[in-house]
Design a protein around this ligand. Sequence first.
Ligand code: GRF
Length: 205
Amino acid sequence: MLNLGILISGRGSNMESILKAIKKNGIPINPAVVISNKADAKGLKIAKKLGVSTEVVESKGFKGSRAEYDEKIISVLRKYKVTPKNGLVCLAGFMRIISPEFTKKYKNKIMNIHPALLPAFPGLNSQKQALEYGAKFSGCSVHFVDAGMDTGSIIIQAVVKVHEKDTEDSLSKKILREEHNIYPEAVRLFAERRIRVYGRKTKII
Ligand code: GRF
């Protein structure tokens, strides 16, 4: 079976939705490890409660390069057998940019969830960006991670309507509900080996 590693920095609600869906819906993937770059990430407690191993690779005060930090993450992933051959890495609110060395090693094996309809509103504060831009619809995207910022091949997207009265908070909540549906679904498709990548396009078979 494939091994799953989830990288978080904080709340961990997407991580929780994936871990719960694996149990509830019998997704054929082993939740091997949750890794946080912050020792106080709330998601670590949730992972432990759900019986999943946790590790911290503290990024604060780390003196080396981005690639050197990622090497530490990769060595933890290896320890739990989350390899490019036999694994999937899910970024779930992991607030760090991944080095090209990491994305190259794990090509099309790292996924991310982004709270906007990519390629619109990449980077930080996407919900605020969508509101300020006056978008009538926004949503979320699960995509493979490449060396760019939120530029990898899109796997699944979900749309939400933006209402005039929406605030950053209300829009974020609406989008988050959809995130919790599509991220576990993307993991399921990957685990069932149903995602094909053609250049920057994906096809679900
Ligand atoms: C989500 O909005 C996700 O789209 C973004 O970071 C947030 C993480 O939330 N990448 P959580 O930690 O999964 O609750």
